[in-house]
Design a protein around this ligand. Structure first.
Ligand code: AMP
Ligand code: MG
Length: 398
């Protein structure tokens, strides 16, 4: 018999257990930091940009010298030099003077604006300036991008290309990140094969599906492969995996039938915290610990295993990697009525229609290809009898 708890209770239980596991950190080279999770706030050590610089090709000027200048009455400025890229100007500007400058060049002391070359004429030693500029025009001031001492990136940020760009700008070439949780994935079932199945056999999907989902979520994964429904074999696989992994997932055999041995094995090797979640799919889900490490027993149906991984196992990863709670992709109206009265929280794949509405992709249990057709999933709460067509619902990344 399963003693079913709500999904919220299950998630809270997982978080509570994971709280005791301090996340481990390491430092990786910036080039290796893509998709890793920041282990501490990155505080800017310096102003970015570190000096006032132009955003145009043209002339560094004293803005006041250009006031009132126009096409018929240009300002006449003495060209006192040219500012080389990558070098600090060796001179300063006095009133009535200007200096040639290229985009990104450092403004000389005394200058407070730049004029675009298109608005000027070079008469040789003298620049005619046909446009008035105000102080700060065409200039990025020191610290405009990032001010020294401020938090540029927060702990828990998943580093993408844009974040790596910011780190490069700040000179953070050694990046503090959380270690990747080492997760082992075991499939169980007498019927499972990799290769060509005989009648009655099925290809092992979960090993690949769950391993990829976990890698995608920032784990380093050991795909153990498929194990027969034999207590000894499953126990040996679990023990083997516990030697090196921080967390173990077993799929299949998680219900309460005679061939469902995961809960018994976990009870013997450690402690079971719950067996059964009021969610659909995903009811026969087990969570416990062995040797102080979290162990999940997931339903065998690939779709159910995937949803439990996404919704419950990822809760553990969020705790281990200090990630913020998952936010929906957005909200959109339902294209049709969505009845649901199972007394379980129901998760359904949805497809976005050309008019922006969401159409549920109904599936029979055991069907998995729906995952590749879905643009997201929605959740119908336990106490709701479904949603009427047109209701705005939140949807999440599948
Ligand atoms: P079980 O949870 O072991 O009762 O399995 C439920 C259903 O999921 C059965 O039809 C199994 O054949 C199928 N199943 C279990 N494990 C896997 C797997 N790794 N890959 C594909 N299907 C599986
Ligand atoms: Mg089975």
């Amino acid at each position: 018999m399963l003693h079913v708890i709500t999904k919220a209770q299950a998630a809270a239980c997982v978080r509570e257990q994971l709280k005791q596991m301090a996340p481990r950190t390491e430092t990786v080279a910036l080039r290796q930091a893509l998709r890793r999770v920041l282990a501490q706030d990155i505080v800017a050590a310096e102003d970015i940009p570190p000096f006032d610089r132009t955003t145009v090709d043209g002339y560094a000027v004293v803005a006041a010298d250009t006031f009132g200048a126009g096409a018929s009455l240009p300002a006449e400025l003495e060209i006192v030099g040219e500012i080389a890229m990558g070098e600090a100007p060796a001179f300063s500007l006095k009133r009535g003077q200007c200096a040639k400058i290229a985009t990104g060049g450092m403004l000389p002391p005394g200058a407070d604006a730049a004029v675009m070359v298109e608005h000027t004429d070079d008469l040789g030693g003298v620049c005619l300036c046909y446009a008035g500029v105000s102080p700060g025009a065409n200039v990025t001031k020191r610290g405009d991008d990032v001010t020294a001492g401020t938090v540029a990136l927060q702990k828990g940020t998943v580093l993408g290309a844009r974040e790596l760009g910011v780190l490069a700008m700040l000179g953070v070439y050694d990046v503090p990140v959380f270690q990747k949780p080492a997760v082992a994935v075991i499939s169980t079932g007498d019927e499972l094969v990799t290769g060509t199945p005989k009648d009655g056999q099925m290809r092992d999907v979960n090993s690949f599906l769950l391993s990829a989902a976990l890698e995608d979520a920032g784990c380093s994964v050991r795909m153990y492969g498929a194990v027969k429904d034999q207590k000894q074999a499953i126990t040996a696989a679990l023990e083997d995996c516990l030697q090196t992994a921080d967390m173990v997932l077993l799929s299949g055999g998680s219900s309460a039938g005679t061939r469902d041995m995961t809960v018994e094995i976990l009870g013997e090797k450690g402690e079971v915290f719950f067996h059964g979640i009021a969610m659909k799919p995903g009811k026969p889900t087990i969570f416990g610990t062995a040797q102080g490490k979290p162990v999940f027993g997931l339903p065998g149906h690939p779709l159910a295993a995937y949803f439990v991984c996404r919704l419950i196992v990822f809760e553990a990863l969020r705790a281990l990697l200090c990630l913020p709670p998952e936010e929906p992709v957005g909200t959109a109206p339902l294209a049709v009525n969505l009845p649901s009265n199972h007394g379980r929280e129901e998760y359904l794949c949805v497809q976005k229609q050309p008019d922006g509405s969401l159409r549920p992709l109904h599936t029979k249990s055991g069907v998995i290809s729906v995952l590749t057709q879905a643009d997201g999933f929605v959740c119908v709460p336990r106490d709701a009898e479904g949603f009427a067509a047109g209701t705005n619902v939140a949807y999440y990344k599948v």
